[in-house]
Design a binder for this molecule. Structure first.
Ligand SMILES: NC(=O)c1ccc[n+]([C@@H]2O[C@H](COP(=O)([O-])OP(=O)(O)OC[C@H]3O[C@@H](n4cnc5c(N)ncnc54)[C@H](O)[C@@H]3O)[C@@H](O)[C@H]2O)c1
Length: 274
């Protein structure tokens, strides 16, 4: 393989060349440091993910996925399709940044009482009338819990077996944040026990091996994911929350703006600084 070795010192040349004798790679030694500029897209459309969150809530509540399949089979029975009014229900939003605040705004519009947990309360949510409470209180009081905090060592498995046990029996859990915010195996046990009434996922902790590709002809190897798909009260989408024309336009604009700034010799506004 052709390999460029940046920041090469004489001892790098000596030892890498010696180690390469038996391997035969094509090493190119360069003295300059590699200066890569890495940029990111910090925000695009929080509405895209927020609205997908609402789509999951409504579809699970009114069993749209089941009704759609039934009607195609000529089954017009309503048995098993009973939902509940969102007005007057309590929704818990975990993480009220850009996306969580948009979710809180929409749910407030539905007439829900919105509770939130976030170390940094959002002025917009406070103005909406959102009440900030400790996470255990949010879990105990909410009919719907929706996760919108980042995945960090602190939030990994935020919804583990103990947290799921604190939720209202039969409540709905929605995760459009990051897969590992929930312990999927514990979620499956909670679904089997009926403790969790509905589950909507746009993200999955092992999604890297599954999502964004057509795998319809391949044998599914992930038994945990396969078990999730057997529940009638679970909807999984493949990380499509961001996937709206508006969000993709914003992502493309921000990306090319960074390229233009770099070309002009400026540090892009969206550069990640070391
Ligand atoms: N499904 C998708 O397509 C998709 C797309 C974009 C982002 N996301 C996910 O949505 C998350 C939220 O995105 P955002 O743009 O709103 O981010 P953001 O940075 O605007 O908001 C994150 C919020 O979480 C809060 N927070 C941090 N630690 C917390 C904790 N331990 N408990 C509760 N709240 C905590 C922060 O204070 C902040 O208010 C992202 O981290 C990402 O994982 C998903």
């Amino acid at each position: 393989m052709r390999v460029a070795v940046f920041s090469s010192k004489p001892y790098d040349v000596t030892f890498l060349t010696a180690a390469n004798r038996a391997r035969g790679h094509d090493l190119l030694f360069l003295e300059p440091r590699l200066a890569l500029t890495v940029t990111r897209v910090p925000a695009y459309s929080p509405h895209a993910v927020a609205e997908h969150t609402i789509a999951l809530i409504l579809a699970l509540n009114r069993k749209v996925h089941r009704a759609w399949a039934r009607i195609r089979e000529g089954n017009f029975s309503l048995d098993g399709l009973l939902g509940f009014d969102l007005v007057g229900r309590t929704a818990g939003v975990v993480g009220t940044g850009k996306i969580g605040a948009a979710v809180a705004r929409i749910l407030t519009g539905f007439g829900c009482r919105v509770l939130a947990f976030d170390p940094v309360p959002s002025p917009e949510c406070l103005a909406l009338g959102t009440s900030y409470v400790p996470l255990p209180d949010l879990l105990a009081a909410s009919d719907i819990v929706s996760l919108h905090c980042p995945l960090t060592p602190e939030t990994r498995y935020l919804l583990d077996g103990a947290a799921l046990a604190r939720m209202k029996p039969g409540a709905m859990l929605i995760n459009t944040g990051r897969g590992a915010l929930v312990d999927t195996k514990a979620v499956i046990e909670a679904l089997k026990a009926g403790q969790l009434g509905h589950l909507g996922l746009d993200v999955y902790e092992e999604e890297a091996a599954l999502f964004f590709e057509d795998r319809s002809w391949r044998i599914l190897q992930d038994d945990v994911f396969a078990r999730l798909l057997t529940f009638p009260n679970v909807i999984v989408t493949g990380h499509q929350g961001f996937f709206t024309a508006e969000a993709l336009t914003a992502i493309a604009d921000t990306t090319l703006q960074a390229v233009t700034e770099f070309e002009q010799g400026r540090i892009p506004t969206t550069a990640i600084r070391a």
